[in-house]
Design a protein around this ligand. Sequence first.
Ligand code: GLC
Length: 581
Amino acid sequence: MKHKKLYLIPLLLIFVLISTSCCAFAEAKPDAWWQKTIAYEIYVKSFKDSDGDGIGDLRGIISELDYLRDLGVGVVWLTPCYASPQADNGYDIADYYSIDPAYGTMEDMDTLVAEAGRRGIRIVMDLVFNHTSNQNPWFLESRSGQDLEKSDWYIWMDAKEDGSAPNNWRSIFGGSAWTFDETRGQYYLHTFLPEQPDLNWENPEVQNALIDVAKFWIEKGVGGFRMDAIAYIKKPSGFPDGEPDAADGTCGIHGMTANTPGILDLLHTFRDAVQTDTDIFMVGETNGVSAEDLPLWVGENGVFDMVFEFGHVLIDLPDEMNWCKTRPWTLPELKQIFTASQEKTLLTGGWVAMFLENHDQPRSISHFLPENADRTAGGKMLATLLLTMRGTPFIMQGEELGFVNVAWDDIGQYNDVSTRNHYAFAIKEGYTEAEALSGVHRFARDSSRTPMQWDTSANAGFTAGTPWLPVHDDYETVNVASERDDPASVLNWYCSLAKLRANEPVFTEGNYTEIFHDDEKIFAFSRETEDTKAVILINFSTETASYDPACLEGAELVLSISGQDDRGMLMPLDAAVYLIR
Ligand code: GLC
Protein backbone atom coordinates (compact mmCIF):
# COMPACT_ATOMS: atom_id res chain seq x y z
CA MET A 1 0.00 0.00 0.00
CA LYS A 2 2.71 2.35 1.13
CA HIS A 3 4.74 1.88 -2.05
CA LYS A 4 1.76 2.41 -4.27
CA LYS A 5 1.53 6.01 -3.14
CA LEU A 6 5.19 6.77 -3.76
CA TYR A 7 4.36 7.95 -7.29
CA LEU A 8 2.51 10.83 -5.67
CA ILE A 9 5.69 12.29 -4.19
CA PRO A 10 7.13 13.79 -7.40
CA LEU A 11 3.68 15.13 -8.27
CA LEU A 12 3.41 16.71 -4.88
CA LEU A 13 6.88 18.22 -5.23
CA ILE A 14 5.99 19.70 -8.61
CA PHE A 15 2.81 21.15 -7.09
CA VAL A 16 4.73 22.71 -4.18
CA LEU A 17 7.34 24.15 -6.52
CA ILE A 18 4.75 25.66 -8.84
CA SER A 19 2.66 27.12 -6.06
CA THR A 20 5.60 28.63 -4.19
CA SER A 21 7.10 30.11 -7.33
CA CYS A 22 3.69 31.62 -8.27
CA CYS A 23 3.43 33.17 -4.82
CA ALA A 24 6.96 34.43 -5.06
CA PHE A 25 6.09 36.02 -8.38
CA ALA A 26 2.87 37.63 -7.25
CA GLU A 27 3.85 38.66 -3.77
CA ALA A 28 7.63 38.47 -3.49
CA LYS A 29 8.58 39.35 0.05
CA PRO A 30 9.95 42.87 -0.12
CA ASP A 31 13.49 42.61 1.13
CA ALA A 32 15.30 45.52 -0.47
CA TRP A 33 16.29 48.18 2.06
CA TRP A 34 14.32 50.86 0.24
CA GLN A 35 11.12 48.84 0.51
CA LYS A 36 11.33 48.77 4.28
CA THR A 37 11.85 52.43 4.92
CA ILE A 38 10.17 55.81 4.81
CA ALA A 39 11.30 58.48 2.36
CA TYR A 40 11.20 62.23 2.98
CA GLU A 41 11.41 64.92 0.32
CA ILE A 42 13.48 67.97 1.17
CA TYR A 43 12.96 71.10 -0.90
CA VAL A 44 16.53 72.22 -0.28
CA LYS A 45 15.84 75.90 -0.76
CA SER A 46 13.21 75.85 2.00
CA PHE A 47 14.31 73.36 4.63
CA LYS A 48 16.87 75.10 6.83
CA ASP A 49 19.21 78.01 6.24
CA SER A 50 22.53 77.82 8.09
CA ASP A 51 24.13 81.09 6.94
CA GLY A 52 21.39 83.71 7.06
CA ASP A 53 21.07 84.36 3.32
CA GLY A 54 17.41 83.34 3.37
CA ILE A 55 18.06 80.21 1.29
CA GLY A 56 18.07 76.71 2.73
CA ASP A 57 21.36 74.83 2.39
CA LEU A 58 23.14 71.52 2.91
CA ARG A 59 24.63 72.54 6.27
CA GLY A 60 21.10 73.37 7.38
CA ILE A 61 19.98 69.88 6.44
CA ILE A 62 22.92 68.34 8.30
CA SER A 63 21.86 70.22 11.43
CA GLU A 64 18.40 68.65 11.33
CA LEU A 65 19.27 65.04 10.53
CA ASP A 66 18.32 63.93 14.05
CA TYR A 67 14.84 65.30 13.47
CA LEU A 68 14.52 63.11 10.37
CA ARG A 69 15.92 60.05 12.13
CA ASP A 70 13.44 60.49 14.99
CA LEU A 71 10.63 60.68 12.48
CA GLY A 72 11.63 57.22 11.23
CA VAL A 73 12.98 58.41 7.88
CA GLY A 74 15.53 56.23 6.05
CA VAL A 75 15.69 58.03 2.69
CA VAL A 76 16.01 61.74 2.02
CA TRP A 77 15.28 62.88 -1.52
CA LEU A 78 16.95 66.22 -2.16
CA THR A 79 15.50 68.46 -4.84
CA PRO A 80 18.29 69.52 -7.24
CA CYS A 81 21.14 71.31 -5.51
CA TYR A 82 23.57 71.31 -8.43
CA ALA A 83 24.98 74.48 -9.97
CA SER A 84 22.06 76.22 -11.63
CA PRO A 85 20.89 79.67 -12.73
CA GLN A 86 17.65 78.78 -10.86
CA ALA A 87 15.23 79.63 -13.65
CA ASP A 88 13.12 76.75 -12.28
CA ASN A 89 14.59 76.61 -8.78
CA GLY A 90 17.36 74.17 -9.69
CA TYR A 91 15.51 72.00 -12.21
CA ASP A 92 17.71 73.73 -14.77
CA ILE A 93 21.14 72.22 -14.18
CA ALA A 94 24.25 73.95 -15.43
CA ASP A 95 26.70 71.40 -14.04
CA TYR A 96 25.74 67.93 -12.77
CA TYR A 97 29.11 67.62 -11.04
CA SER A 98 29.00 70.60 -8.71
CA ILE A 99 26.89 72.00 -5.92
CA ASP A 100 25.29 75.41 -6.30
CA PRO A 101 27.16 77.86 -4.03
CA ALA A 102 23.83 78.99 -2.56
CA TYR A 103 23.46 75.48 -1.14
CA GLY A 104 27.07 74.82 -0.12
CA THR A 105 30.01 72.87 -1.47
CA MET A 106 30.81 69.34 -2.59
CA GLU A 107 32.48 68.90 0.77
CA ASP A 108 29.19 69.73 2.47
CA MET A 109 27.52 67.14 0.28
CA ASP A 110 30.07 64.50 1.28
CA THR A 111 29.48 65.40 4.93
CA LEU A 112 25.74 65.18 4.44
CA VAL A 113 25.98 61.71 2.88
CA ALA A 114 28.26 60.55 5.72
CA GLU A 115 26.28 62.13 8.58
CA ALA A 116 23.01 60.87 7.17
CA GLY A 117 24.55 57.40 6.81
CA ARG A 118 25.53 57.46 10.48
CA ARG A 119 21.85 57.87 11.28
CA GLY A 120 20.69 55.13 8.91
CA ILE A 121 19.55 57.61 6.29
CA ARG A 122 20.49 57.47 2.60
CA ILE A 123 20.45 60.46 0.29
CA VAL A 124 18.58 60.33 -3.00
CA MET A 125 19.59 62.75 -5.74
CA ASP A 126 17.17 64.27 -8.20
CA LEU A 127 18.47 63.51 -11.69
CA VAL A 128 17.04 66.03 -14.12
CA PHE A 129 17.84 64.26 -17.36
CA ASN A 130 15.08 65.31 -19.75
CA HIS A 131 16.73 68.70 -20.05
CA THR A 132 19.58 70.86 -18.78
CA SER A 133 19.94 74.57 -18.18
CA ASN A 134 20.53 76.71 -21.25
CA GLN A 135 23.67 77.78 -19.37
CA ASN A 136 25.03 74.22 -19.26
CA PRO A 137 28.29 74.08 -21.30
CA TRP A 138 26.77 71.16 -23.24
CA PHE A 139 24.04 73.47 -24.52
CA LEU A 140 26.39 76.43 -25.00
CA GLU A 141 28.43 74.28 -27.36
CA SER A 142 25.36 72.79 -29.05
CA ARG A 143 23.91 76.17 -29.90
CA SER A 144 27.20 77.46 -31.30
CA GLY A 145 27.07 75.59 -34.59
CA GLN A 146 25.74 72.62 -36.51
CA ASP A 147 28.93 70.59 -36.89
CA LEU A 148 30.40 70.60 -33.42
CA GLU A 149 30.85 67.59 -31.16
CA LYS A 150 27.73 68.41 -29.15
CA SER A 151 25.65 69.92 -31.98
CA ASP A 152 23.32 66.95 -31.84
CA TRP A 153 22.99 66.77 -28.04
CA TYR A 154 19.73 68.75 -28.02
CA ILE A 155 16.68 68.78 -30.27
CA TRP A 156 17.16 71.30 -33.06
CA MET A 157 14.89 71.91 -36.01
CA ASP A 158 14.59 74.40 -38.83
CA ALA A 159 11.85 77.00 -38.79
CA LYS A 160 8.85 76.51 -41.03
CA GLU A 161 8.98 78.46 -44.30
CA ASP A 162 7.26 81.44 -42.72
CA GLY A 163 9.83 81.45 -39.93
CA SER A 164 7.45 80.02 -37.33
CA ALA A 165 8.18 77.16 -34.92
CA PRO A 166 8.46 73.59 -36.31
CA ASN A 167 5.12 72.60 -34.76
CA ASN A 168 2.33 73.84 -32.49
CA TRP A 169 3.42 72.22 -29.24
CA ARG A 170 2.92 74.30 -26.09
CA SER A 171 5.39 73.81 -23.26
CA ILE A 172 4.21 72.53 -19.89
CA PHE A 173 4.87 75.95 -18.39
CA GLY A 174 3.02 77.79 -21.18
CA GLY A 175 4.11 79.41 -24.45
CA SER A 176 5.58 77.63 -27.48
CA ALA A 177 7.76 74.60 -26.72
CA TRP A 178 10.24 75.92 -29.32
CA THR A 179 12.62 78.84 -29.02
CA PHE A 180 14.63 80.26 -31.91
CA ASP A 181 18.33 80.52 -31.29
CA GLU A 182 19.92 83.32 -33.32
CA THR A 183 23.46 81.93 -33.11
CA ARG A 184 22.61 78.52 -34.48
CA GLY A 185 19.78 79.75 -36.71
CA GLN A 186 17.40 76.99 -35.62
CA TYR A 187 14.68 76.28 -33.08
CA TYR A 188 15.34 74.08 -30.05
CA LEU A 189 12.70 72.13 -28.13
CA HIS A 190 11.95 72.64 -24.45
CA THR A 191 9.24 70.70 -22.65
CA PHE A 192 9.41 73.26 -19.85
CA LEU A 193 10.98 76.76 -19.91
CA PRO A 194 13.11 78.14 -22.76
CA GLU A 195 15.89 78.04 -20.13
CA GLN A 196 15.45 74.23 -19.99
CA PRO A 197 16.37 72.81 -23.43
CA ASP A 198 15.53 69.12 -23.92
CA LEU A 199 18.40 66.68 -24.33
CA ASN A 200 18.47 64.41 -27.36
CA TRP A 201 18.28 60.93 -25.82
CA GLU A 202 18.50 59.33 -29.28
CA ASN A 203 22.17 60.27 -29.30
CA PRO A 204 24.22 57.52 -27.58
CA GLU A 205 26.79 60.11 -26.51
CA VAL A 206 24.12 61.89 -24.52
CA GLN A 207 23.08 58.63 -22.90
CA ASN A 208 26.70 57.89 -22.00
CA ALA A 209 27.18 61.34 -20.52
CA LEU A 210 24.09 60.84 -18.34
CA ILE A 211 25.22 57.36 -17.30
CA ASP A 212 28.53 58.92 -16.20
CA VAL A 213 26.68 61.47 -14.08
CA ALA A 214 24.70 58.73 -12.35
CA LYS A 215 27.86 56.70 -11.72
CA PHE A 216 29.59 59.72 -10.23
CA TRP A 217 26.83 60.08 -7.64
CA ILE A 218 26.72 56.36 -6.91
CA GLU A 219 30.45 56.60 -6.14
CA LYS A 220 29.63 59.41 -3.73
CA GLY A 221 27.54 56.92 -1.78
CA VAL A 222 24.01 58.09 -2.48
CA GLY A 223 21.15 55.62 -2.00
CA GLY A 224 19.23 56.28 -5.18
CA PHE A 225 17.84 58.59 -7.77
CA ARG A 226 14.58 60.30 -8.49
CA MET A 227 14.37 60.55 -12.27
CA ASP A 228 12.79 63.92 -13.04
CA ALA A 229 10.25 64.32 -15.87
CA ILE A 230 11.56 61.06 -17.28
CA ALA A 231 8.39 60.17 -19.19
CA TYR A 232 9.19 62.91 -21.73
CA ILE A 233 12.62 61.82 -22.96
CA LYS A 234 11.38 60.12 -26.14
CA LYS A 235 9.73 62.29 -28.79
CA PRO A 236 7.44 60.97 -31.54
CA SER A 237 9.13 60.73 -34.91
CA GLY A 238 8.26 63.49 -37.33
CA PHE A 239 7.32 65.87 -34.49
CA PRO A 240 3.71 66.19 -35.74
CA ASP A 241 1.36 69.06 -34.90
CA GLY A 242 -1.22 68.22 -32.26
CA GLU A 243 -4.93 68.97 -32.08
CA PRO A 244 -5.12 72.55 -30.74
CA ASP A 245 -6.41 72.75 -27.17
CA ALA A 246 -5.94 76.46 -26.43
CA ALA A 247 -7.26 79.70 -27.92
CA ASP A 248 -3.88 80.41 -29.59
CA GLY A 249 -3.92 77.17 -31.62
CA THR A 250 -1.25 75.42 -29.57
CA CYS A 251 -1.42 71.88 -28.26
CA GLY A 252 -0.05 70.85 -24.86
CA ILE A 253 3.24 68.97 -25.28
CA HIS A 254 2.41 66.51 -22.52
CA GLY A 255 -0.14 64.64 -24.63
CA MET A 256 2.28 64.56 -27.57
CA THR A 257 5.42 63.27 -25.89
CA ALA A 258 4.66 61.59 -22.56
CA ASN A 259 5.35 57.84 -22.63
CA THR A 260 6.09 57.72 -26.37
CA PRO A 261 6.55 54.15 -27.67
CA GLY A 262 10.23 53.25 -27.62
CA ILE A 263 10.92 55.10 -24.38
CA LEU A 264 11.41 51.85 -22.47
CA ASP A 265 14.27 50.79 -24.76
CA LEU A 266 16.12 53.99 -23.90
CA LEU A 267 15.49 53.47 -20.21
CA HIS A 268 16.50 49.80 -20.23
CA THR A 269 19.85 50.79 -21.69
CA PHE A 270 20.26 53.42 -18.99
CA ARG A 271 19.23 51.12 -16.17
CA ASP A 272 21.45 48.25 -17.32
CA ALA A 273 24.44 50.56 -17.34
CA VAL A 274 23.72 52.21 -13.99
CA GLN A 275 22.23 49.54 -11.74
CA THR A 276 25.06 47.03 -11.72
CA ASP A 277 26.83 46.01 -8.50
CA THR A 278 24.91 48.54 -6.50
CA ASP A 279 21.98 48.53 -4.10
CA ILE A 280 20.69 51.95 -5.12
CA PHE A 281 17.07 52.35 -6.19
CA MET A 282 15.52 54.48 -8.88
CA VAL A 283 12.12 56.10 -8.72
CA GLY A 284 10.75 57.64 -11.89
CA GLU A 285 8.59 60.72 -12.06
CA THR A 286 6.24 59.39 -14.72
CA ASN A 287 3.33 61.69 -15.32
CA GLY A 288 1.60 60.15 -18.35
CA VAL A 289 2.24 56.51 -17.42
CA SER A 290 -1.09 54.93 -16.48
CA ALA A 291 -1.75 52.05 -14.10
CA GLU A 292 -2.19 49.80 -17.14
CA ASP A 293 1.39 50.51 -18.21
CA LEU A 294 2.92 49.89 -14.79
CA PRO A 295 3.95 46.27 -15.37
CA LEU A 296 6.30 47.51 -18.09
CA TRP A 297 7.82 50.19 -15.87
CA VAL A 298 8.31 48.46 -12.52
CA GLY A 299 8.89 44.93 -11.29
CA GLU A 300 10.56 41.92 -12.89
CA ASN A 301 11.17 43.47 -16.32
CA GLY A 302 10.61 47.10 -15.49
CA VAL A 303 13.00 49.98 -15.86
CA PHE A 304 12.57 51.47 -12.37
CA ASP A 305 12.17 50.12 -8.85
CA MET A 306 9.10 52.28 -8.41
CA VAL A 307 7.45 55.23 -10.08
CA PHE A 308 5.42 58.22 -8.99
CA GLU A 309 2.10 57.71 -10.68
CA PHE A 310 -0.08 60.79 -11.03
CA GLY A 311 -3.67 59.50 -11.19
CA HIS A 312 -4.69 60.56 -7.69
CA VAL A 313 -3.13 64.03 -7.77
CA LEU A 314 -4.83 64.76 -11.09
CA ILE A 315 -8.22 63.46 -9.98
CA ASP A 316 -9.70 66.97 -9.91
CA LEU A 317 -7.72 68.45 -12.80
CA PRO A 318 -8.75 67.21 -16.25
CA ASP A 319 -6.38 69.65 -18.00
CA GLU A 320 -3.14 70.26 -16.15
CA MET A 321 -2.57 73.55 -17.92
CA ASN A 322 -5.94 74.93 -16.89
CA TRP A 323 -6.11 75.39 -13.13
CA CYS A 324 -9.52 77.07 -13.44
CA LYS A 325 -11.19 73.97 -14.84
CA THR A 326 -11.62 71.42 -12.08
CA ARG A 327 -13.88 68.42 -11.84
CA PRO A 328 -15.69 67.05 -8.79
CA TRP A 329 -14.51 63.63 -7.70
CA THR A 330 -15.77 60.86 -5.45
CA LEU A 331 -13.98 58.72 -2.90
CA PRO A 332 -14.66 55.46 -4.81
CA GLU A 333 -12.83 57.04 -7.78
CA LEU A 334 -9.85 57.90 -5.60
CA LYS A 335 -9.80 54.40 -4.14
CA GLN A 336 -9.97 52.90 -7.60
CA ILE A 337 -6.85 54.79 -8.64
CA PHE A 338 -4.80 53.52 -5.69
CA THR A 339 -6.18 50.02 -6.01
CA ALA A 340 -5.41 49.88 -9.73
CA SER A 341 -1.74 50.76 -9.11
CA GLN A 342 -1.51 48.16 -6.38
CA GLU A 343 -3.01 45.47 -8.57
CA LYS A 344 -0.98 46.32 -11.64
CA THR A 345 2.34 46.49 -9.80
CA LEU A 346 1.64 43.25 -7.94
CA LEU A 347 1.23 41.48 -11.30
CA THR A 348 4.95 41.66 -11.94
CA GLY A 349 6.26 41.85 -8.40
CA GLY A 350 6.57 45.62 -8.67
CA TRP A 351 6.57 48.22 -5.95
CA VAL A 352 4.72 51.48 -5.40
CA ALA A 353 6.02 54.95 -4.52
CA MET A 354 3.22 56.23 -2.31
CA PHE A 355 2.75 59.99 -2.11
CA LEU A 356 0.02 62.53 -1.52
CA GLU A 357 2.01 65.70 -2.09
CA ASN A 358 5.35 66.90 -3.40
CA HIS A 359 7.00 70.19 -4.39
CA ASP A 360 4.82 70.43 -7.53
CA GLN A 361 1.52 69.64 -5.89
CA PRO A 362 -0.84 71.41 -3.50
CA ARG A 363 -0.75 70.44 0.16
CA SER A 364 -2.82 67.28 0.57
CA ILE A 365 -5.09 68.64 3.32
CA SER A 366 -6.07 71.48 0.98
CA HIS A 367 -6.24 69.17 -2.02
CA PHE A 368 -8.22 66.18 -0.84
CA LEU A 369 -10.33 67.44 2.06
CA PRO A 370 -13.36 69.73 2.23
CA GLU A 371 -12.58 73.34 3.13
CA ASN A 372 -14.24 73.03 6.54
CA ALA A 373 -12.17 69.98 7.52
CA ASP A 374 -10.28 70.13 10.81
CA ARG A 375 -6.68 70.25 9.64
CA THR A 376 -5.18 68.31 12.54
CA ALA A 377 -7.59 65.41 12.17
CA GLY A 378 -7.32 65.69 8.39
CA GLY A 379 -3.52 65.65 8.42
CA LYS A 380 -3.51 62.56 10.62
CA MET A 381 -6.14 60.82 8.57
CA LEU A 382 -4.15 61.35 5.35
CA ALA A 383 -0.96 60.26 7.12
CA THR A 384 -2.67 56.99 7.97
CA LEU A 385 -3.30 56.35 4.29
CA LEU A 386 0.25 57.35 3.34
CA LEU A 387 1.98 55.17 5.91
CA THR A 388 -0.15 52.03 5.89
CA MET A 389 -0.46 51.54 2.13
CA ARG A 390 1.71 48.97 0.36
CA GLY A 391 4.82 50.69 -1.03
CA THR A 392 7.46 53.14 0.09
CA PRO A 393 5.83 56.26 1.55
CA PHE A 394 7.25 59.64 0.51
CA ILE A 395 6.56 62.45 2.98
CA MET A 396 6.89 66.01 1.64
CA GLN A 397 8.62 68.31 4.13
CA GLY A 398 5.96 69.98 6.26
CA GLU A 399 3.35 67.33 5.46
CA GLU A 400 4.23 65.72 8.79
CA LEU A 401 3.22 68.97 10.52
CA GLY A 402 -0.08 69.31 8.67
CA PHE A 403 0.88 72.16 6.32
CA VAL A 404 -1.87 73.67 4.16
CA ASN A 405 -1.80 75.84 1.01
CA VAL A 406 -0.97 79.53 1.05
CA ALA A 407 -3.53 81.90 -0.50
CA TRP A 408 -1.68 85.12 -1.30
CA ASP A 409 -3.74 88.03 -2.68
CA ASP A 410 -1.54 89.03 -5.52
CA ILE A 411 0.00 86.86 -8.26
CA GLY A 412 3.15 88.98 -7.89
CA GLN A 413 3.74 87.36 -4.49
CA TYR A 414 4.22 83.96 -6.08
CA ASN A 415 7.78 82.95 -6.93
CA ASP A 416 7.18 79.90 -9.10
CA VAL A 417 7.47 80.60 -12.78
CA SER A 418 4.97 77.91 -13.70
CA THR A 419 2.40 79.37 -11.31
CA ARG A 420 2.79 82.80 -12.87
CA ASN A 421 2.52 81.28 -16.34
CA HIS A 422 -0.58 79.30 -15.41
CA TYR A 423 -2.15 82.54 -14.20
CA ALA A 424 -1.29 84.32 -17.46
CA PHE A 425 -2.65 81.38 -19.46
CA ALA A 426 -5.96 81.56 -17.58
CA ILE A 427 -6.29 85.29 -18.28
CA LYS A 428 -5.52 84.63 -21.96
CA GLU A 429 -8.21 81.96 -22.03
CA GLY A 430 -10.76 84.52 -20.83
CA TYR A 431 -11.01 83.82 -17.10
CA THR A 432 -11.31 86.78 -14.72
CA GLU A 433 -8.44 87.75 -12.42
CA ALA A 434 -10.40 86.42 -9.45
CA GLU A 435 -10.97 83.08 -11.18
CA ALA A 436 -7.33 82.84 -12.22
CA LEU A 437 -6.21 83.62 -8.68
CA SER A 438 -8.51 81.05 -7.19
CA GLY A 439 -6.90 78.43 -9.48
CA VAL A 440 -3.54 79.59 -8.15
CA HIS A 441 -4.72 79.24 -4.55
CA ARG A 442 -5.71 75.72 -5.31
CA PHE A 443 -2.74 74.45 -7.29
CA ALA A 444 0.26 76.82 -6.91
CA ARG A 445 3.52 74.95 -6.42
CA ASP A 446 4.67 77.59 -3.91
CA SER A 447 2.22 76.12 -1.39
CA SER A 448 4.51 73.14 -0.98
CA ARG A 449 7.66 75.25 -1.08
CA THR A 450 7.16 77.72 1.77
CA PRO A 451 9.93 77.47 4.38
CA MET A 452 9.93 74.68 6.93
CA GLN A 453 8.52 75.78 10.26
CA TRP A 454 10.84 74.82 13.11
CA ASP A 455 9.63 76.95 16.02
CA THR A 456 7.79 80.14 17.00
CA SER A 457 10.78 82.45 16.54
CA ALA A 458 11.07 84.94 13.65
CA ASN A 459 10.72 83.26 10.25
CA ALA A 460 9.74 80.07 12.05
CA GLY A 461 13.41 79.40 12.81
CA PHE A 462 14.07 78.73 9.11
CA THR A 463 16.53 81.58 8.64
CA ALA A 464 18.12 84.46 10.51
CA GLY A 465 17.80 86.52 7.32
CA THR A 466 14.91 87.23 4.99
CA PRO A 467 13.40 84.02 3.61
CA TRP A 468 13.42 83.72 -0.19
CA LEU A 469 9.71 82.83 -0.01
CA PRO A 470 7.44 84.02 2.81
CA VAL A 471 6.84 81.67 5.71
CA HIS A 472 3.19 80.54 6.04
CA ASP A 473 1.41 82.80 8.50
CA ASP A 474 0.26 79.86 10.62
CA TYR A 475 3.81 79.16 11.85
CA GLU A 476 3.18 80.17 15.46
CA THR A 477 0.99 77.13 15.98
CA VAL A 478 2.18 74.81 13.22
CA ASN A 479 5.87 74.12 13.82
CA VAL A 480 8.18 71.32 14.91
CA ALA A 481 8.85 72.60 18.45
CA SER A 482 5.18 73.07 19.33
CA GLU A 483 4.07 69.83 17.74
CA ARG A 484 6.82 67.84 19.38
CA ASP A 485 5.41 68.82 22.77
CA ASP A 486 1.81 68.09 21.87
CA PRO A 487 0.92 64.39 22.06
CA ALA A 488 -2.14 65.04 19.87
CA SER A 489 -0.17 66.73 17.06
CA VAL A 490 0.06 65.63 13.45
CA LEU A 491 3.82 65.21 13.97
CA ASN A 492 3.38 62.76 16.83
CA TRP A 493 0.81 60.84 14.83
CA TYR A 494 3.40 60.44 12.05
CA CYS A 495 5.90 59.17 14.62
CA SER A 496 3.39 56.63 15.95
CA LEU A 497 2.60 55.38 12.46
CA ALA A 498 6.30 55.19 11.58
CA LYS A 499 6.96 53.10 14.69
CA LEU A 500 4.05 50.82 13.91
CA ARG A 501 5.35 50.37 10.39
CA ALA A 502 8.83 49.59 11.61
CA ASN A 503 7.62 47.07 14.21
CA GLU A 504 4.94 45.24 12.27
CA PRO A 505 6.21 43.58 9.07
CA VAL A 506 2.66 43.31 7.75
CA PHE A 507 2.81 46.98 6.73
CA THR A 508 5.80 46.30 4.51
CA GLU A 509 5.19 42.74 3.48
CA GLY A 510 1.44 42.39 3.47
CA ASN A 511 -0.55 42.25 0.27
CA TYR A 512 -3.29 44.82 -0.31
CA THR A 513 -7.03 44.24 -0.62
CA GLU A 514 -9.59 47.00 -0.78
CA ILE A 515 -12.72 46.71 1.37
CA PHE A 516 -16.09 48.52 1.01
CA HIS A 517 -15.22 49.85 -2.45
CA ASP A 518 -18.52 51.66 -3.03
CA ASP A 519 -18.55 53.42 0.32
CA GLU A 520 -18.51 57.18 -0.32
CA LYS A 521 -16.93 58.10 3.00
CA ILE A 522 -14.64 55.31 4.10
CA PHE A 523 -11.37 54.23 2.48
CA ALA A 524 -10.75 50.77 3.90
CA PHE A 525 -8.26 48.08 3.03
CA SER A 526 -6.44 45.17 4.52
CA ARG A 527 -2.79 44.22 4.42
CA GLU A 528 -2.10 40.56 4.97
CA THR A 529 0.79 38.18 5.46
CA GLU A 530 0.64 34.50 6.35
CA ASP A 531 0.31 35.21 10.05
CA THR A 532 -1.02 38.75 10.41
CA LYS A 533 -3.76 40.84 8.94
CA ALA A 534 -4.06 44.58 9.34
CA VAL A 535 -7.36 46.32 8.67
CA ILE A 536 -7.19 50.05 8.02
CA LEU A 537 -10.34 52.18 8.10
CA ILE A 538 -10.16 55.84 7.11
CA ASN A 539 -13.07 58.26 7.15
CA PHE A 540 -12.49 60.89 4.44
CA SER A 541 -15.66 62.77 5.31
CA THR A 542 -16.45 65.42 7.89
CA GLU A 543 -19.42 63.36 9.07
CA THR A 544 -19.58 60.16 11.07
CA ALA A 545 -19.50 57.06 8.90
CA SER A 546 -20.79 53.59 9.61
CA TYR A 547 -19.61 50.26 8.23
CA ASP A 548 -20.11 46.55 8.71
CA PRO A 549 -17.74 45.57 11.55
CA ALA A 550 -17.61 41.91 10.47
CA CYS A 551 -14.15 42.61 8.97
CA LEU A 552 -12.86 43.20 12.51
CA GLU A 553 -13.56 39.77 13.94
CA GLY A 554 -10.74 38.87 16.30
CA ALA A 555 -9.08 42.23 15.72
CA GLU A 556 -7.21 44.34 18.21
CA LEU A 557 -7.17 48.13 17.83
CA VAL A 558 -3.62 49.47 17.61
CA LEU A 559 -4.15 53.09 16.62
CA SER A 560 -7.11 55.39 16.24
CA ILE A 561 -7.07 59.17 15.81
CA SER A 562 -10.11 59.77 18.02
CA GLY A 563 -8.89 57.21 20.54
CA GLN A 564 -12.23 55.42 20.18
CA ASP A 565 -12.85 51.80 19.35
CA ASP A 566 -16.44 52.05 18.13
CA ARG A 567 -16.54 49.08 15.81
CA GLY A 568 -18.99 49.82 13.02
CA MET A 569 -18.65 53.60 13.27
CA LEU A 570 -15.94 56.16 12.58
CA MET A 571 -15.90 59.74 13.82
CA PRO A 572 -15.44 62.52 11.19
CA LEU A 573 -11.95 62.31 9.64
CA ASP A 574 -11.08 59.48 11.98
CA ALA A 575 -8.81 56.61 11.06
CA ALA A 576 -8.29 53.33 12.86
CA VAL A 577 -5.75 50.57 12.41
CA TYR A 578 -6.54 47.04 13.63
CA LEU A 579 -4.42 43.90 13.75
CA ILE A 580 -5.64 40.32 13.57
CA ARG A 581 -3.07 37.64 14.39
C1 GLC B 1 9.53 68.00 -12.64
C2 GLC B 1 9.84 68.69 -11.34
C3 GLC B 1 9.38 70.10 -11.40
C4 GLC B 1 10.13 70.79 -12.51
C5 GLC B 1 9.98 70.04 -13.82
C6 GLC B 1 11.00 70.47 -14.80
O1 GLC B 1 8.19 67.87 -12.86
O2 GLC B 1 9.29 67.98 -10.27
O3 GLC B 1 9.55 70.80 -10.20
O4 GLC B 1 9.68 72.10 -12.65
O5 GLC B 1 10.17 68.66 -13.67
O6 GLC B 1 12.25 69.97 -14.46
